[in-house]
Design a protein around this ligand. Structure first.
Ligand code: ADP
Ligand code: MG
Length: 626
């Protein structure tokens, strides 16, 4: 038996390993299974190129938990190691790897989010074990070796009588890590990290019911047998060629990824590049809601089928983090901090590749089946609008297929929309004005009024609309947006509906003075307009500019614009008979009541009447009708 000291500069490396990776102890299993997988695939390669005479067969990796003995076994049928190789790969290389790792990262413990994302390798076993045994038989014709190490830099290496090819790692679980002896704990880790690894992984057994043989008696009981419980799918959909997959396969894989998800994805994008970087994967567009934050971080990042993380920030462009699916790339450097990652050339290329693929896919859906695309628009628009805002390259492409739903049920591209309205909706500066509503119900009376005038109203209701509008106004020439209840609508050049005023100029002055004595000046600017006699008598609009500034402020703007006062316009239709009644009312109390009531009705329709004022309004209304 050989004894020795592992050549290492940091004497107490094991306590360090434990300390540094405190929150990520669980990755030991991923590391050891990765090694077992590597060993198996290496053997496969050697047999294929004729460098090994071993019978490759149908190798599996087995994980066994021995709760009583406080041990975990990880057994593979890979290429194994000779005693010399154990010396070299375990004592020297693996150890220097671990050592290097610690040297490099002991300064950066705070950045713990990334620590679990790269291999500390074999020695991560010591995060949970007080003693590790390695029994290994090489595929070469040499005796098996038995290595043990109890966490000090001392190890022993002796011969062993193992005859079947492969490696068994035995972890003697430390007192503070006994949780790892629970089946459900190990089972959970295996599904988290190893669900799609390329070599079959067995964890325990399960019962399987056999189908009844043909012509079996009616009362025959089906036979159950005990079979290996294989926890992984070694050939997940993303590793296959798109041509070999049907729509059903993509949906099936989505269910495999998100078993708790009942809703089917709307469509998928198969990623597949091998130059200048390697990347495969499948992204899914789920049905999205307007809540951006809660839908993030569902994309899983893999490296050669080993799960790494579900935080793809910096790798996938921000606006696409609402999608779901898998990205697998060996070319993403994970052993660096996030900010460094974003500066990495490969990672930048990956992000722009993904952006391009998504844009192309959307474009081809739009081109090949517009009806279908329109039907799905509301469920995916948040990603597209967000992307148009944040990625100039994406804007260029998406501008051609982004849709603007109108209140009369059409879905128009921007070009179609502006063509449709350019003759009817122009303002005094000659700009084409896109009228929009952010809430069909709340702004119903305004939409109705605009539609009655023959205007088209676009429905823009995502939370980022104010930003998107600003973007479109800067990108497009001669376009301006106005919300239906905003004051811009007054700037539209009126055509046939230009009305002649029923009131004389003198009467107008009297009316305005009467209104202004009741309506609070600091909140409302009174504006008389000669509209059709059946148009609303009183209507509140908010200066477009002011409302936008406020919205921007709410959606994450800083306080640079200060706090905005609440300012509104009160548009009074001087041709309405109610307004003439107010003008002609002699009783000042009655006159005041009429004005108050009318103002409150206008506020009510804008959703501005709440609290005590609402109560007063209701009481006043009862008084008036009794
Ligand atoms: P890495 O996997 O990055 O090379 P590790 O520390 O995980 O680093 O492993 C060090 C080396 O030990 C491996 O490169 C391999 O040569 C050897 N090794 C580890 N586990 C096994 C195993 N199960 N079968 C054969 N060789 C192994
Ligand atoms: Mg390894």
């Amino acid at each position: 038996m050989a004894k020795g000291n592992i050549n290492v500069s940091v004497e107490n490396i094991f306590p360090l390993i434990k300390k540094f990776l405190y929150s990520d102890h669980e990755i030991f299993l991923r590391e050891l299974i990765s090694n077992a997988t590597d060993a198996t695939l290496k053997l496969k390669h050697l047999t294929q190129i004729g460098e090994s005479k071993a019978e490759y067969g149908n190798p599996i990796i087995e994980v066994k938990v021995d709760k009583e003995g406080k041990k975990i076994h990880i057994i593979d049928q890979g290429l194994g190691m000779t005693a010399d190789e154990v010396e070299k790969y375990i004592n020297q290389i693996a150890f220097s790897g671990a050592n290097e790792f610690l040297e490099q990262y002991k300064e950066k413990v705070e950045d713990s989010g990334i620590i679990g994302h790269f291999g500390l390798g074999f020695y991560s076993a010591f995060m949970v074990a007080e003693k590790v045994e390695l029994i290994t038989k090489s595929h070469k014709d040499e005796p098996a070796a038995h290595w043990t190490c109890d966490g000090s830099p001392e190890f022993t290496l002796e011969a062993h009588d193992k005859t079947d090819r492969g490696t068994e790692i035995i972890l003697h679980i430390a007192e503070d890590s006994l949780e790892f002896l629970e089946d459900h704990k190990i089972g959970g880790l295996l599904t988290k990290y190893n669900k799609f690894m390329p070599v079959a992984i067995k964890f325990g057994t399960k019962e399987e019911t056999l189908p009844l043989p043909e012509g079996a008696a009616e009362d025959a009981k089906p036979e159950t047998i005990t079979v290996d419980n294989i926890i992984n799918n070694p050939n997940p959909a993303w590793t296959k060629q798109p041509a070999d997959l049907k729509d059903e396969d993509y949906k099936g894989f989505y269910r495999e990824l998100y078993p708790a998800q009942f809703e089917e994805p709307l469509f998928n994008i198969h990623l597949n590049v091998d130059y200048p970087f390697n990347l495969t994967g499948i992204l899914y567009f789920p049905k999205l809601t307007n809540d951006i934050a809660s839908q993030k971080d569902r994309i899983q990042l893999y490296q050669n089928q080993v799960f790494v993380t579900d935080n793809v920030e910096g790798i996938v462009p921000e606006f696409l983090t609402m999608l779901r699916g898998v990205i697998d790339s060996p070319d993403i450097p994970l052993n660096v901090s996030r900010s460094y990652l974003q500066a990495d050339g490969n990672v930048k290329k990956i992000a722009s590749y993904i952006t391009r693929k998504v844009a192309d896919k959307l474009n081809s859906l739009y081109k090949s089946d517009r009806e279908e695309f329109e039907a799905k628009w509301n469920d995916v628009k948040i990603v597209i609008e967000y992307g148009m805002l944040s990625e100039p390259k994406f804007f260029e492409k998406a501008d051609k297929f982004a849709l603007y739903p109108t209140t009369d049920g059409k879905y128009l591209t921007f070009e179609e929309l502006t063509t449709a309205i350019q003759d009817t909706q122009t303002d005094k500066d000659g700009k084409t004005v896109v009228l929009y509503t952010s809430n069909k119900d709340e702004q119903h009376s305004y939409i109705k009024a605009a539609e009655d005038k023959g205007y088209k109203v676009v429905l823009l209701d995502s939370p980022i609309v104010s930003h998107l509008i600003q973007k479109l106004e800067t990108e497009k020439e001669n376009i301006s947006f106005a919300r239906v209840d905003g004051d811009h609508i007054d700037n539209l050049i009126k055509k046939d509906d230009e009305q002649i005023s029923k009131l004389s100029d003198e009467e107008k002055v009297t009316l305005k003075t009467a209104l202004e004595t009741v309506v609070p000046k600091e909140k409302y600017t009174v504006q008389l307009e000669s509209m059709a006699s059946n148009a609303t008598p009183f209507m509140i609009t908010q200066p477009e500019f002011m409302r936008r500034m406020k919205e921007m402020q709410q959606s994450g703007g800083n306080g640079m614009f200060g706090n905005f006062p609440e300012m509104y316009n009160l548009i009074v239709n001087s041709n309405h008979s109610l307004v003439s009644d107010i003008l002609n009312e002699k009783d000042t109390t009655k006159k005041e009541t009429l004005i108050k009531q009318s103002l409150d009705l206008a506020r009510l329709s804008q959703g501005l009447l709440t609290g005590e004022e609402l109560t007063n309004f209701i009481n006043r209304s009862y008084e008036m009708i009794k």
